[in-house]
Design a protein around this ligand. Structure first.
Ligand code: KG4
Ligand code: ZN
Length: 344
């Protein structure tokens, strides 16, 4: 499919991403990560992330242009993550995008990082079937969204049906990994370590009691689960028993993925949406994908899962969201575009 040639810049957390798309065709998606620099602190250190973006931005941009075989002067528009995310990290991407747009005299579109996680699926599976439900699960966010218009230009745009009331799902993975002595980021490590019995330990499923469901049908809570894992491990250690990592990891993962998949499918049934989409770093999780596939099929819902490499933060998701905004007739951002760390 042809369309505008859009360059997308992402810098909301610890990944510097530059993507280039033409319509829904992915031409380049280069990512430089500072994750290893954060690993010894057990989480993202904002100042390290900002400095890393500053250093990586131009080399990543150059690599993307080379991969796509595109000269910057050919680009039709620049899209950039305006929020939400870490302020100091966002500012680097927005400043780079503004400078590029100004120098090249091209329109600039400041877009929402979370909508980008949803839009990226367009690159794999074509136009979004709107309305659809999106389960967004990352290190900073966990929410269920009803997507009427991904570009946010007409009608109801994107409505939040529910969200986590404490930790994000990725954050829970990272914290549990830490207490199990595993490295950061914990999600992929636990995913690989979870080779044991998922029913070995009955960890709690947050906000699933009938009483909680009345008020929090589409909300999530993972901090109780994290504490339950910590208590379980502590009790074992105090008794001088070993901690069977494959079973603990599998049981923890099952508790997270069970709730995420059950509520996502329920959201489709409640809203009448026929399609369910997943995005964000945790959407790369093997068990979550398997459970969702099973439960969506049983409910007659079509599941759209972007390949794992597109689920984590990248520039192509921002570029393709920019494309949708342009197609929907959205107005470019002015030169006063700022970064908004708390963008809804
Ligand atoms: O979307 P993302 O790349 O960055 C944010 O916007 O947060 O998500 C990063 C999060 C981290 O918490 C990481 O542990 C988690 O996604 N993650 C995973 C997996 N891969 C990354 N969690 C579970 N299973 C995975 N395979
Ligand atoms: Zn993200």
């Amino acid at each position: 499919m042809s369309g505008p040639l859009v360059l997308g810049i992402e810098s909301s957390c610890d990944e510097t991403g530059v993507g280039i798309v033409r319509g829904h065709e992915l031409l380049a998606n280069e990512v430089a990560s500072s994750v290893e620099e954060h690993a010894r602190f057990g989480g993202v250190v904002p100042e390290i992330a900002s400095r890393a973006h500053l250093e990586a931005m131009l080399p990543t941009l150059e690599r993307a242009c080379t991969t796509a075989d595109v000269d910057l002067t050919e680009v039709d528009a620049i899209a950039v993550t305006a929020g939400p995310g870490l302020m100091g990290a966002l500012v680097v991407g927005v400043a780079a995008a503004k400078a590029l747009a100004y120098a090249l005299d091209k329109p600039l579109y400041g877009v929402n990082h979370l909508a980008g996680h949803v839009a990226v699926d367009l690159l794999e599976h074509g136009p979004l079937p709107e309305p659809c439900v999106a389960l967004l699960v990352s290190g900073g966010h966990t929410s269920l969204l009803l997507v009427d218009d991904i570009a946010g230009v007409r009608g109801r745009g994107i409505t939040e049906l529910g969200a986590t009331i404490d930790d994000a799902a990725g954050e829970a993975y990272d914290k549990v990994a830490r207490l199990l002595g595993l490295p950061y980021p914990g999600g992929p490590v636990i995913d690989r370590a979870a080779t044991g019995d998922p029913r070995a330990i009955a960890f709690p499923r947050g906000l699933t009691s009938p009483r909680d469901l009345e008020r929090h049908r589409f909300d999530f809570s993972f901090s109780g689960l994290k504490s339950a894992v910590a208590r379980w491990v502590e009790t074992r250690e105090r008794a001088g028993l070993d901690v069977p990592l494959p079973d603990v990891a599998a049981s923890f993962q099952e508790a997270v993925c069970d709730v995420l998949s059950a509520k996502a499918v329920d959201a489709c049934l409640a809203t009448g949406a026929q399609h369910l989409l997943i995005g964000g770093g945790v959407a790369a999780n093997g068990r979550l994908r398997a459970l969702l596939a099973e439960r969506a099929a049983a409910a007659g819902i079509t599941l759209r899962t972007p390949r794992p490499g597109l689920c984590t933060d990248n520039g192509a998701m921002i570029a393709v969201l920019g494309t949708e905004v342009i197609r929907a007739g959205g107005r470019p951002s002015g030169p006063e575009l700022g970064a908004d760390s708390g963008l809804p």
